[in-house]
Write a protein of this length. Structure first.
Length: 223
């Protein structure tokens, strides 16, 4: 494969698991980080001017772009990570000339910029249209294409019409994996599923993978 090191790869060593590094900083580091994500969406949903019924195209990209800064604003102090929109996953570039895969959002570890906790978004136009959402997990997360140095990552489901519980039921069925309540956010539409990953090129010490499912209801769902 015609692929040399990028400057980021050349200047930072192969990192440890993002989750392990974060929990060395604080035992509840992942919960704090995902709490910032929820706070960002809370603020976005209060934005009266951000009405999804007024636009049909590029919903996923625009929502992720809008919420990125709101999540940054929610972050207290200076944690050992920061948030990027469309961070590059350089480990899985197809060739030197090819653009790297880019999840919608990603928390980057400050001391090693190769370590990324990605968040991939998918618009769910109804609670039954979950095929593309599940495809992102299977094709990207479970093959190490995304989250190459993280044993956890998150899916963001932007639900426009329908019911959260029905969407969760359909995702679980299609994924063939139970979606369990995530107790730190038991009052939120936040679930998790556990998987085994396959794929080459990863240095992760484990193939165990935990996928967070964060389902966000937008104004088109409201009666």
């Amino acid at each position: 494969m015609d692929r040399r090191l990028t400057p980021i790869q050349a200047n930072y060593p192969v990192p440890e698991d993002f989750v392990a590094m974060a929990r060395q900083w604080r035992f509840d580091a992942i919960e704090i980080m995902l709490g910032y994500v929820w706070q960002g969406f809370d603020k976005l949903l209060r934005e009266e001017r951000f009405d999804l019924s007024k636009g049909e195209e590029s919903l996923e990209r625009d929502i992720s772009f809008m919420v990125c800064q709101l999540i940054r604003e929610a972050m207290d102090g200076k944690p050992p990570y920061y948030l990027e929109h469309l961070p590059p996953e350089n480990e899985k570039r197809a060739s030197a000339q090819a653009a790297p895969p880019t999840p919608d959002l990603g928390f980057i570890w400050r001391q090693n910029r190769r370590a990324n906790f990605p968040l991939e978004a998918k618009v769910l136009r109804t609670d039954g249209e979950v095929a593309e959402y599940v495809k992102e997990i299977v094709k990207n997360f479970l093959t190490f294409r995304y989250a190459n140095f993280s044993s956890e990552a998150a899916m963001l489901g932007y639900l426009l019409h329908g019911h959260v519980e029905k969407a969760i039921e359909n995702i679980s069925s299609r994924l063939e994996s139970p979606l369990e309540p995530y107790l730190p956010f038991r009052e939120r539409n936040h679930r998790y599923s556990k998987h085994k990953r396959t794929g080459s090129g990863s240095t992760m010490p484990t193939t165990d993978f935990l996928c967070h499912h964060m389902i966000i209801l937008f104004n088109l769902c409201r009666e």
